[in-house]
Design a protein around this ligand. Sequence first.
Ligand code: NDP
Ligand code: MG
Length: 392
Amino acid sequence: MQRITLLGATGSIGVSTLDVISRHPDKYSVYALTGNLQIDRLAEQCEQHRAKYAVVNDEAAAVRLESLLQASGCATEVIYGIDALCQVASDDAVDTVMAAIVGAAGLMPTLAAVRAGKKILLANKESLVMAGGLFMQAVKESGSVLLPIDSEHNAIFQCLPVDYQQTHSSGIDKLLLSASGGPFRGWSAEQMKTVTPDQACAHPNWSMGRKISVDSASLMNKGLELIEACWLFDVGPEQIEVIVHPQSIIHSAVQYIDGSVLAQLGNPDMRTPIAHALAWPQRIDAGVASLNLFEIAQLNFERPDGQAFPCLQLAFDAARAAGDAPAILNAANEIAVQAFLDKRIGFTQIAQVVGETLSGLSFTEPESLDAVQESDNRARAFSAAFIAEIES
Ligand code: NDP
Ligand code: MG
């Protein structure tokens, strides 16, 4: 029986994870569930999955959750704050941690799980983008098993030799990172100037949280994933090729030096990578319909349009610059995406904010988590000020 802490239980990945878990009550049990704003949903999840702990961010949310749980006679204990998040991620009673909080807020609890040597199911790509060096060093030191949930990275993981993490001598030529192209594939920058948050969040193939949906529409998600792949698979950004594949059936591939390309295919449903990582190295039913290639009939590929989608190049440049450049990129992007969702800036201004922040700040080599946090703060302050300037 694997005991699981689910960080970000109330989100899109969280809900899909609970769906897979509930199909296998003989294999998985829920230890702790965490949420932020969706307290009603968290209360329902605690009841249904009999969580030992529920974690929220502040006292007011904790009081609300407690009263909901009391009313339904649910015995889940409610705790709150960042220390509580880190505690349920690192507790001795936990085997596996699903890291599915969105954004920089996921870094500390995910790292706490890594340091405690847990099996990590990593959806929160932002923690690797921000602090990849420190994160991977902590994985090495604790012996934590790190399994990617991001569909592309999970696909690459499946296409690499089983002993890749130990040997790295595998004859790899390139990693082929799939991108759907998002809702604005084929649009010009001019056409995207006036799109609304709802349009940006209406992804053609995947149903996801709003932040990653906007990132998918701007291709920043692919940029963050490029950096994520560099850390996970120990390759340089030039060894990764982004391939726009609008059907989202080939989730990514590995090209070997002998001319072979190994790809992982499946319907676009996050329950597949979640089930893969939960059961690894075994396989379990994910509740996902099997792929019907006759119905799909065609798989298409195109190059990304760097002119219309400058975020991809910004991420590539940040990956090459290394140091705290990716953390700065990530923080500026989080601020810009929130400003876009709040209708304070236009969609194409997201790239402008990130670009200005990257060129306005100098890069350093962050040697501690405090230094990463400091870079993140600097970037947030710079991009917030730039947005205020745009607005005035
Ligand atoms: P959602 O926005 O749907 O969910 C985010 C989760 O994090 C929710 O449980 C939310 O709580 C919680 N949360 C938000 N802010 C905070 C905070 N400040 N402190 C603590 N908890 C917080 O996001 P997704 O599920 O879509 O994405 C989660 C992560 O997985 C992201 O890093 C994303 O990049 C990655 N990912 C997602 C994919 C997908 O298909 N959705 C695919 C690949 C990667 P609440 O809702 O209660 O406010
Ligand atoms: Mg992805």
